[in-house]
Design a protein around this ligand. Structure first.
Ligand SMILES: [Zn+2]
Length: 387
């Protein structure tokens, strides 16, 4: 999932929903292809604007369906106390970025199944609404009978029902990291009791599917369906890459012998109480320890966020005795900048925030600061495991 070229469209319950530039390409393509489709289905003339308007409505309803699918994953993840740093729509659909991997096979299963469950509901709702509005012609529309004459509303609902059914079936293929592959991993995890072995199994299965997608895609492209063929091959190529990456991480975890963040972290980290004044934070923490940032905790030890030297320096000198650290930490929320102390160490290898900050606060299951894990500690553990 590319990070460049992404920008936020809206925020839903604190989760930024963004689009990648490639989303616009797809939006344009869908509108273009669908205008032709609706022109045929409705038997409209070349100068009619109606097919074009229907295509625009359908394209946005399509992205709405994908967003709802991702929100399904997000809601269940949040219920399992896993934060969502962002939802992004791009050319291959949507991605809900979980702050960390689920701790149990059950949580993994529920989060993975939530998206397809939402898509199933949307498909059922479209089928129900279409049948209610206009039973006979709806089924003609839903089965793409080109000779059928159907009303405009029914045509859009029929297309939506179809596209959601396709999304449902495709996502349920056990091709890790697609939803179906995550479900397969959850089942293998439950059966074997070992997450890393389950991941390696699911990733292998995923790579198999990915190579099949590439082969079928090339075949389609060579036999006339250039567009869908290239599309499928690209999806396969992308899935193969992320399956390989997940498998590699799990192999490292296996080599690390089940080491968790809690096993290597500094379990007595220096944290600034939220009630401390900015003046005290500068004197007793930043000037004394010379760390670029500190975790901030409330009176109960709960982690509130990070405060960096720049934020403290930015408070005018005269105000430093009357403002607390709690006020400046609230100003910049920091999604994705924490890990669970129970997280397998290998999962940190791909963590960009760890590399950027040099360390990350590790939280226990109740959100309390349990320690700080640094890049050096992770590196040392890896070297020890290799030796
Ligand atoms: Zn999904």
């Amino acid at each position: 999932m590319p990070e460049r070229g992404r920008f936020t469209l809206l925020t839903i319950r604190g989760i930024p929903v963004g689009v990648d530039w490639s989303w616009f390409l797809v939006l344009f393509l869908i509108i273009w292809l669908l205008s032709g489709f609706y022109r045929d289905v409705l038997g409209a003339g070349q100068d009619s604007i109606e097919p074009y308007l229907l295509a625009v409505v359908s394209a946005f309803a399509f992205f709405g369906s994908i967003l709802l699918h991702e929100l399904g994953h997000a809601v269940i993840a949040l219920r399992n106390r896993i934060g969502i740093s962002q939802i992004t729509l791009w050319m291959f659909g949507g991605v809900a970025a979980l702050d960390r991997e689920p701790d149990s096979a059950g949580a993994e299963f529920r989060i993975a199944a939530a998206g397809p469950a939402v898509t199933l509901l949307i498909t059922a709702a479209c089928l129900g609404a279409g049948a209610l509005i206009d039973g006979g012609s709806f089924w003609d529309g839903a089965s793409f009978d080109e000779t059928a004459t159907i009303s405009t509303g029914v045509a859009v609902i029929a297309w939506l029902a179809n596209i959601n059914a396709v999304i449902l079936v495709f996502n349920l293929l056990p091709a890790f990291p697609l939803d179906g592959g995550r479900i397969a991993r959850a089942i293998a995890w439950r059966v074997s009791g070992n997450r890393d072995r389950a991941t390696i199994f699911a990733a292998r299965l995923g790579q198999g599917f990915a190579y099949a997608f590439i082969a079928i895609g090339i075949l389609l492209a060579l036999t006339g369906s250039l567009f869908s063929g290239v599309w499928l091959a690209l999806i396969g190529w992308m899935l193969a890459g992320s399956a390989r990456e997940s498998a590699n991480r799990s192999r490292v975890n296996t080599r690390l012998g089940g080491l968790r963040v809690a096993d290597v972290m500094d379990a007595e980290p220096v944290a600034i109480p939220a009630a401390a004044t900015v003046a005290r934070a500068l004197d007793e923490y930043f000037l004394r320890y010379r760390f670029p940032w500190f975790p901030v905790v409330d009176a109960g030890g709960r982690f509130l966020g990070l405060v960096n030297r720049g934020a403290a320096d930015a408070v005018p000198e005269l105000d430093r005795a009357s403002h607390t650290v709690g006020e400046i930490v609230a100003a910049d929320g920091s999604p994705g900048q924490t890990v669970s102390s129970e997280e397998p160490l290998g999962e940190l290898l791909a963590n960009v925030e760890l590399r950027r900050l040099g360390g990350l606060p590790a939280l226990d299951a109740d959100g309390r600061l349990a320690g700080i894990v640094t890049v050096e500690q992770v590196g040392r553990a890896l070297r020890d495991a290799a030796a």
